[in-house]
Design a protein around this ligand. Sequence first.
Ligand code: SF4
Length: 428
Amino acid sequence: MSLDRLLSDLSPDVARILDGALDGRELSIDDAQTLLESQGADLHALCRAADLARQDDVGDDISFVINRNMNFTNVCYVGCSFCGFARHKDEAEAYDHPMEVMLEKTADAVSRGATEVCIQGGIHPNKDHTHYREILETVKGAFPQIHIHAYSPEEIDFGHRTSEMPLSDYLRHLVDAGLGTMPGTAAEILSDDIRKQISPRKLRTQRWIEIVKTAHGIGLPSTSTLMYGHIESTRHVAEHLGLLRDIQKETGGFTEFVPLGFIHEKNVLFNHMGARAGSSAPEDVRLVAVARLLLRPHITNIQVSWVKMGTKLAQIGLMSGANDFGGTLMEESISRESGSQHGENLPAEDMRRLIREIGRTPVERSTTYEIVRRFDDASLDPPSLEPVQKREVSGPTRWRLQRESVKTRERQPIGESDATALALLGGG
Ligand code: SF4
């Protein structure tokens, strides 16, 4: 087998597009659609090209942020068909956290090294704009050092409408109270054809654009996102990416792009409306790679969502054009309640290990991508700030430890260090 075969297996269209992208030529929407449909050798070449582009754009570091998700309420009347998180206000599982809980969660996050809290919630019918500002004032007042990344354009839309202020004034009113950046969520697919089907009561494309551009215009950056793997076509995805690129050319206000795979198991969109069962692994990786090539040089931070993809596939995404592992999160319920089983907390030490496993260097960043700390030498890593976890073991070791534990208790009062060791092994 000759190495030439690697190139000769590529379809001419894909080879031409990748060649142009690596030469710095801007991809068209048609080009992006072609790449989003690539398979086999074309897909492998796409991933390799995106990885080379990533190296040229941002180097070999992989960044992550230590943060905590805080959903202040799960009560929401919007009724998006893809959402497993929202509850009716009269349901037993409905909650609306008082400020004391928000402060406790922030204090816990700070003690575990967080530099950011990410605050989002449902659209509660009994709230108005004052609630959003009160949360910011409370959290920022008690923890002035923490960066607050909060409120999707859907929440901003709701708060703005109840405030009766001009949009830019309303956003400044939130920034004055401590808002640092805004999640670019509630984007799903920025096409009203799709939005009318999957979330007919949610803000429309033009309103999302208006809110994001106004935020960027007053110096409030945001992330950018896309939710895929449901009823959208590759054309919708390509056009959505092109729209984000156009906004970024105009405002420069996006900090990153985050593709979010649809979690299908527990929601109406899959179970009753015939949507696909989320994205496939190739689709996840393909989207990361196409985003790198289409968005460069305007958006250069491409994030993988470990909650949606799982950590192993996220590693492949980081070898296919992405450069950011996202946040540690500490708690996560939006994906979990739709059926995700990839966990809620990915501590910094696990982030560093996963990054080193693919031969790259971990870097802790701020929300806006300033470097907080580099981790060039694993032997100099700081100790974990996570609470001690009980670790279950199975098999004969567990049985032996339990027997020894019983004997020890019979002979003498158990020492503190023995108790800790046994608790760690689930035998205490
Ligand atoms: S996605 Fe957001 S706006 Fe839509 S139902 Fe869920 S919580 Fe409400």
